[in-house]
Design a protein around this ligand. Structure first.
Ligand code: FUB
Ligand code: ZN
Length: 656
């Protein structure tokens, strides 16, 4: 395998200037990140305390009695066992935002957070407040459930992002020490625990660390976590017995597959178990497969990706069909109303897709990446950046969410914060690092995976080249790309993604129509590029009615509306109640309008449709009769923008 693969352009080499994404990124920077810092410090009036920074202060005081952060010493650990991860995600997101928008105040808050966190670090490098506060003798006794290696993984991501953004090494060095500590206790050697994370992320995070340190031990530990997972004798089983831990899933069909640990990972070809854990693991597997050339591991990644994208993914890119275990369920089971679709799981799927793209630039990976970004990920945040969905349904009925236990996890309004606040900072970190998802480079080829306004620079053929993309995507399919080569021409191949949703397109180079070969979903243009060379792509973007595979029982007789990568939905605010009584009219009869003042600017689609009339009598059942229909224009808005105008019904799939 080519160990170079695709290297995403550094976020430092790309400036996003996009009319769709820049406002999202600014919202994260100016609202979400400052709000989260207040929340982490328990300074949001009326909100449940997070306890996150308080835990670190207490852990620091207990470690260094001379320190006084003002936290009474007898205060216990607060919040979830993985509360530490909240500040790690915040540091990561804040660090990314510094790359594209320097902010001395934010940098100061970051330094402050990092000082407190590092002052809680133990002599041997250990750094998890739950055990520092509750007793270090108990550490590493429940890798299965107590999230030590999960928090460790999030801190690795944070440390790498902070170092890359600021050049400051304090957190990075602390995490290198923590890695050494983990490596001392866990690993293949006799006398060590032969364990691995109960909630994955450390695998991909260690690979990121390895990218900075080039220390083979860091790659080795990631590989060990992957290789050891699910091997007999099962570590989690032994750990449970040895330490008298609970095994919550013992009566469940999931058993250890809840943790993707029921069998060795190379034998896992169907995505199972807790959805966020699953896609975080697969991302780490892809990273290790890329770096080690492990064919079997790559085959497992390919099979898992195909299983998700082909059989278990919602049209919005959401995954995790079941609230039971926040889990994937089984092929073609895609209920729209009881769905879980955790925001973090869609984000994890984007991580997985990006890593598969790093192995091989194939349109199917970029299609999933794009689908999650424009739909199932950003639906997780309100348009004012102040409220969040944990669960992202494709059908919402306020009364059912209130009264039906099967839907009590499905909120019809986004929440300010959660006791388990995993999703909001996860959105912050993916949106603020979007620059890293747009282009990637192999020795002689630059690929563009996502179309958004940006200016990027890279070195190829020994020359510095920059590329400026101008577009109104996802509302319009035209994309203009202009090259500048600093010193004369640069010879390389440029690979432009032809989106999977696009059925017809035109490409022009310097105003001449061209028809380059398309390989794996990318049009490849090999030539000497010189300043002023300009590509114009026009991806036809009609409204498309989409149906799902007949195996998907929930969507029989229904269609969803898409335009470009954007999935649409009907909302009560535009269409009234009882959306399930509506039917789509003639497929071609629609109009598309861009509404600048609606929902921060969205393209809406109006369809001719009908509504089943009320029955004249008050009966519940009757012999089958022809439905009486009345005309009813249907107004579709982008799915991600739903629930921004007060509570109400919503549906993505509509009767045909
Ligand atoms: O367990 C940590 C995070 O909390 C998971 O990723 C989410 O699903 C939520 O359970
Ligand atoms: Zn989450």
């Amino acid at each position: 395998m080519d160990r170079l693969n695709q290297i995403p352009l550094s976020m430092k080499d790309i400036a996003i200037t996009d009319s769709f994404w820049s406002p999202f990124m600014e919202r994260i920077r100016t609202k979400v990140i400052p709000y989260q810092w207040e929340a982490l410090n328990d300074r949001v009036p009326g909100a449940e305390p997070s306890y996150c920074m308080r835990n670190f202060k207490l852990a620091a005081e207990l470690t260094h009695p001379e320190l006084n952060y003002g936290v009474p010493r007898d205060t216990g650990h607060g919040g979830m066992v993985f509360q530490d991860s909240d500040v790690a995600k915040w540091i990561e997101a804040a660090a990314y935002s510094l790359v594209w928008s320097p902010d001395p105040e934010l940098e100061k808050s970051l330094d402050e957070a990092i000082d407190i966190i590092c002052s809680a670090q133990q002599e041997d490098g250990y750094l998890d407040t739950f055990y520092i506060i509750n007793g270090l003798d108990k550490r590493f006794t429940n890798l299965k459930d107590n999230h030590e290696l999960y928090c460790f993984g999030h801190f690795l991501e944070a440390a790498a992002a902070h170092y890359e953004a600021t050049g400051k090494r304090k957190l990075l060095d602390a995490l290198i020490r923590y890695t050494e500590c983990i490596d001392k206790h866990i690993g293949p050697e006799e006398g060590k625990l032969h364990g691995y994370p109960g909630h994955e992320i450390a695998e991909m995070a260690l690979i990121r660390l390895y990218g900075i340190t080039k220390n083979e031990k860091h790659l080795g530990l990631a590989k060990y976590f992957i290789d050891e997972r699910g091997k007999a004798p099962l570590y989690f089983e032994e750990e449970t017995k040895r330490n008298g831990n609970d095994f919550h899933w013992k009566d469940s069909y999931m058993q250890y597959q809840y943790y993707q640990a029921g069998k060795p990972v190379r034998e896992q070809l169907v995505a199972e178990g807790h959805a966020v854990r699953a896609v975080y693991l697969y991302s780490g597997m892809a990273d290790v497969a890329r770096l080690t050339g492990d064919k079997k591991l790559l085959e497992a990644c390919e099979a898992l990706f195909a299983n998700i994208a082909g059989k278990q993914m919602y049209i919005t890119g959401a995954i995790g069909q079941s609230a039971y275990g926040e889990a994937l369920s089984y092929d073609y089971d895609l209920p729209n109303d009881t769905v879980y679709g955790e925001t973090c799981a869609a984000i994890g799927l984007a991580f997985f897709a990006r890593r598969m793209l790093e192995i091989a630039p194939k349109g199917m990976y970029a299609d999933v990446l794009e689908k999650t970004l424009y739909n199932g990920i950003i639906s997780g945040m309100s348009l004012d950046g102040r409220a969040f969905f944990y669960v992202n349904p494709l059908e919402a009925l306020p009364e059912a969410s209130l009264k039906d236990r099967r839907m009590r996890h499905v909120k019809i309004e986004r929440q300010r914060w959660f006791v388990c606040a995993c999703c909001p900072p996860n959105i912050a970190r993916i949106v603020s690092s979007l620059g890293g998802y747009v282009h990637s480079l192999n020795t002689g080829t630059l690929y563009t995976h996502l179309y958004l306004g940006n200016e990027a620079k890279f070195t190829v053929d020994g020359k510095e080249v920059s590329l400026k993309t101008e577009t109104r995507y996802p509302w319009e399919g035209r994309v203009d790309i202009t090259f500048t080569a600093a010193s004369g021409a640069a010879f390389f191949t440029y690979g432009l993604r032809i989106p999977g949703w696009c059925r017809s397109y035109t490409l022009e180079l310097n105003e001449e129509k061209i028809a380059p070969a398309v390989q794996n979903g990318y049009a490849l243009l090999k030539r000497s590029w010189k300043s002023g060379d300009r590509i114009t792509c026009v991806f036809d973007m009609p409204v498309v009615l989409v149906e799902s595979n007949p195996h998907v029982r929930e969507n029989r007789g229904k269609a969803a509306v898409m335009r470009g990568p954007v999935v649409y939905c009907l909302e009560e605010a535009d269409n009234g109640t009882e959306l399930y009584r509506l039917r789509l009219g003639t497929p071609g009869a629609y109009s598309v309008t861009h509404e600048r003042d609606l929902l921060e600017g969205v393209t809406v689609i109006s369809f001719a449709g009908t509504r089943e009339k009320d029955w004249s009598t008050d009966v519940l059942y009757r012999p089958l009769d022809k439905p009486a229909l009345e005309d009813k224009p249907l107004c579709f808005i982008p799915y991600y923008a739903w629930a921004n105008r007060g509570p109400g019904e919503m549906t993505v799939w509509v009767n045909r």
